[in-house]
Design a protein around this ligand. Structure first.
Ligand code: SME
Length: 155
């Protein structure tokens, strides 16, 4: 399933590698491909905060300091955060009260943190190591194929 998502994302990137359209399409692709999720999207690094980027799901908090939440932990440690029960994660930020588990992956290119991919589920323990691996592959594609050299719209 993740290899299909990756191929679809690669096709969507063809001809337009700008960050904003690419991340928007990626959020939509995740939203329509993964079962039992209630939020899928991106936060983008700005100094030592994360700023809300393209997403699908309910409106979410706009600024997350690196010190806070699951997203902040992924940004700080640059490691995948697989959280089976968000209520057991100290400092978890509840944007949607329905969220029960969450996975956050750091987007790192050439040692620079660009942001994080965040997916929430209303089910406990929704995300497996297989999800982590598949999503890491998708993040790798985003890191290599998106043109990150300018602003979000290439300006
Ligand atoms: N739960 C996240 C905040 C972002 S929302 O899930 C969209 C966190 O604890 O960092």
């Amino acid at each position: 399933m993740y290899s299909l998502i990756r191929r679809q994302m690669a096709a969507l990137l063809e001809g337009c590698p700008l960050p904003l359209p690419a991340l928007s399409n990626c959020a939509a692709l995740l939203w329509h491909s993964l079962e039992d999720i209630n939020w899928a999207g991106f936060y983008l690094a700005c100094g030592d905060t994360l700023v809300l980027g393209p997403f699908q799901g309910k409106p979410a908090c706009t600024i997350i300091p690196f010190q806070k939440g699951v997203c902040g932990a992924a940004a700080r440690t640059r490691e995948i955060q697989l959280v089976p029960d968000v209520h057991a994660f100290p400092g978890h930020i509840a944007c949607d009260g329905a969220s029960r588990s969450e996975i956050v992956l750091p987007l790192v290119k050439e040692n620079r943190l660009l942001g994080v991919m965040d997916i929430d589920s209303p089910l406990l323990n929704r995300f497996s190591q297989e999800d982590a691996q598949g999503l890491a592959g998708l993040c790798e594609l985003l890191m290599t194929e998106i043109d990150w050299s300018h602003g979000l719209l290439g300006e």
